[in-house]
Design a protein around this ligand. Structure first.
Ligand code: FE2
Ligand code: FE2
Length: 180
């Protein structure tokens, strides 16, 4: 496994963990609505920064173009499908944000469930198809180079301080909603 795909797989693990927390949040009964809205807001912030900007940014700006350079199709096929799912995921985040603003918990919960299903499937497809192919056709040197670009990208969109804050937030949610 190359360094770049390994980095993305590690991020998938973090995302899947947060999706489990999200599910626990939307199905938890004991919280009152005001508390829930606050958690939803925090979690949306994570999805916007870490999933959309950082993780999808790495795939869209660096990994996918590298695959296209190596002969993958741009318009049709798995990459176009992955890009479409990224757009769909962003749409869901928009709807969830609106729902939080209007304090519409039912709409948030319904959309959150769709978001979770979409992203879980998406991650599975990426790992089994896209990353598996990437590990075959992108050599170690090019993977190292991609990884360096990932690091720069991460620094640009997240930065060290925020990174730690996000980790601390995940830890708090996991404790609060008992997710291991
Ligand atoms: Fe993706
Ligand atoms: Fe991904």
């Amino acid at each position: 496994m190359g360094k770049a795909t390994q980095d993305l797989r590690k991020e998938h693990e973090a995302i899947l963990f947060v999706l489990r927390i999200l599910y626990k949040m939307i199905t938890a009964n004991e919280e009152d609505d005001v508390d829930k809205l606050e958690y939803y807001n925090e979690l949306l912030n994570f999805l916007k920064i870490f999933v959309d900007r950082c993780h999808h940014g790495k795939e869209e700006n660096y990994l996918f173009p590298e695959l296209i350079n190596n002969g993958f199709q741009k318009e049709d096929g798995p990459i176009a499908a992955m890009l479409q799912e990224h757009r769909q995921a962003s749409e869901y985040i928009k709807v969830m944000s609106e729902a939080v603003e209007c304090e519409d918990l039912t709409r948030f919960n319904d959309t959150a469930e769709e978001y979770r299903d979409l992203l879980k499937n998406h991650i599975e497809k990426e790992e089994n198809i896209i990353f598996a192919m990437a590990d075959k056709i992108i050599d170690d040197e090019a993977q190292d180079c991609l990884f360096e670009k990932f690091e720069q990208h991460e620094e640009m969109v997240i930065g060290q301080g925020v990174h730690e804050k996000l980790h601390a937030m995940i830890y708090n949610w996991a404790e609060k909603f008992k997710v291991e």
